[in-house]
Design a protein around this ligand. Structure first.
Ligand code: BES
Ligand code: MN
Ligand code: ZN
Length: 497
């Protein structure tokens, strides 16, 4: 998809679709357009065909000109960024339903922040263009999307310049989301820990050799189980013990600025299938546990977007990738394992496996002397009870970092909400037989899971995003969402300055 920005005469831009955000009152460019069309738009409003309410769409064909259409996009009442993002999403969906090849998006009538708005437009168009690439290939072919080119029309030259930046950023975020979605949607018999490791390597291959044109240096290394054993990652290895698929610790380094700048370390949980282990999950809906690697997939999506934008940040991605299965070698409830940090863990429930792989990855993160560490994990069912499928859970040992992430969530529409890490919750993790138990009982499950992680993150600023509710949708719309790529990218972008 090609994105450009322009402040040229709107009607001089050649396109087969024009997306026009407007309320019931036509203003500025919408009004001018209406006048040049002998009131075709205002008469639709008068007749009651289009009310201009938030997210409403109406496709109209311009009389006398075949194949040209205007997509009216209602904006009334869309005052918050969240509402505006929804409106843009509805416009992108309506556009992608048409056979349009080249479109113009009128960057007026919704938000005055052209850079932000163009970013959301490009991201939404990329996300609306996503089609699952079936593996193995199916005989049923889906119709390819036709849209090739989108011009973002801005009301001034300065706005067009700002919009251009937004388009590049937003398209990369959208592509990163789609990369994460594809990995998430792949079945677990294809998307194994080794498969994710190979994808991570493929992502950075060729990057090293094309250094001349791309500033950033990127590289992937993968630790084997033998190497992890040498590092004493007994907690992580206790999860992969019950699977015939070997576990991997994937490390991707993205250096977009000077080497002395401390990196942001992103740690993404990648349990390619979570049966629960010996603490076996009930059967209903268990297929959705193929999505238990979405934290890791989002981190790969972020690296994808960083490479595309060549953003001036340093990031290290750490992805512990394992399968949680119950074979004869599997960890049993009551087993005590020793983590890389030296702390012993009583595994009271083998289904609380995410924290067991994350704790060793978080200890490993120390060697990169991080500025900040953020882990992303489909960690608890409890976060769905608390926040539903709308908002990610955020827990942090640093107030400023938490505030920054909350505002990145608002700006990107990929929102999070903070929960506390009070010591009263940590006390629920007491074990009679080890330094810590891996579960804290039936109450406050999202918080006790984060308290567990907090025992391993004392040496740096850290935040945890529990995305069990937001990383994928269930039911008829079942599929990976690409979250939390947008909030992470917004945070990194604010770091890049
Ligand atoms: N991957 C699951 C969390 C999950 C459950 C995500 C349902 C989305 C939907 C995680 O490994 C898990 O099983 N957590 C347990 C923890 C419990 C045993 C303390 C949970 O939430 O039930
Ligand atoms: Mn589990
Ligand atoms: Zn899990």
């Amino acid at each position: 998809m090609d994105f450009t920005a322009s402040a040229a005469q709107l009607l001089n831009i050649k396109a087969d679709s024009l997306i026009l955000p407007t309320g019931p009152q036509l203003k500025d460019s919408a009004d001018a357009l209406d006048k040049s069309l002998d009131g075709a738009i205002s008469s639709l409003i008068k007749a009651g065909d289009f009310s201009g309410s938030s997210g409403e769409t109406l496709v109209m064909h311009i009389p006398g000109v075949s194949g040209k259409r205007i997509i009216l996009l209602g904006t009334a009442g869309a005052n918050s960024q969240q509402q505006q993002i929804k409106v843009i999403g509805a416009g992108a969906a309506a556009l992608l339903k048409t056979p349009s090849v080249k479109a113009v998006w009128v960057g007026e009538g919704l938000s005055d922040d052209s850079e932000w708005q163009a970013g959301i437009v490009a991201r939404s168009i990329q996300a609306a263009s996503y089609q699952y690439a079936p593996v193995p290939k199916s005989v049923k072919k889906s119709k390819p999307k036709k849209l090739k080119n989108l011009t973002y029309w801005a009301p001034s030259k300065a706005d067009a310049t700002a919009a251009k930046k937004g388009l590049i950023y937003g398209a990369a975020v959208g592509n990163g989301m789609n990369a994460a979605r594809q990995l998430g949607n792949l079945p677990a018999n294809i998307c194994t820990p080794s498969f994710i490791a190979a994808e991570a390597k493929a992502l950075t291959k060729g990057q090293a050799s094309s250094r001349a044109k791309s500033r950033a240096k990127v590289s992937t290394s993968v630790l084997s189980e033998a190497q992890m054993r040498k590092l004493k990652m007994g907690s992580l290895l206790s999860v992969s013990a019950g699977s015939v698929e070997p576990g991997h610790l994937i490390v991707i380094k993205y250096q977009g600025t000077k080497a002395s700048t401390k990196p942001v370390v992103l740690v993404g949980k990648a349990v390619t299938f979570d049966t629960g282990g010996i603490s076996l999950k009930p059967g209903g809906g268990m297929d959705e546990m193929k999505y238990d690697m979405c934290g890791g997939a989002s981190v790969i999506g972020v690296i994808n977007a960083l490479i595309e934008t060549q953003m001036a940040v340093n990031v290290v991605a750490i992805i512990p990738a394992v399968e949680n299965m119950p074979n004869g070698n599997a960890t049993k409830p009551g087993d005590v394992v020793t983590s890389m940090s030296g702390q012993t863990i009583e595994v009271l429930n083998t289904d609380a496996e995410g924290r067991l792989i994350l704790c060793d990855a978080l200890t490993y993160a120390e060697r990169f002397k991080p500025d900040t560490v953020i882990d992303i994990a489909t960690l608890t069912g409890a976060v769905i009870s608390a926040l539903g499928k709308v908002t990610a859970g955020l827990l942090s040992n640093d107030d400023q970092l938490a505030e920054q992430l909350l505002s990145s969530g608002t700006r990107s529409g990929d929102r999070a909400w903070r929960l506390p890490l009070y010591e009263e919750y940590d006390e629920l993790l007491k074990s009679n037989f080890a330094d810590i138990a891996n579960i804290g009982g039936p109450q406050a499950g999202t918080i006790t899971a984060a308290c567990f992680l907090a025992r391993f993150t004392k040496k740096y600023k850290w935040a945890h995003l529990d995305v069990a509710g937001t990383a994928w949708l269930s039911g008829a719309a079942k599929g990976s969402t690409g979250r939390p790529v947008p909030i992470l990218m917004d945070y990194l972008r604010s770091k890049a300055g």
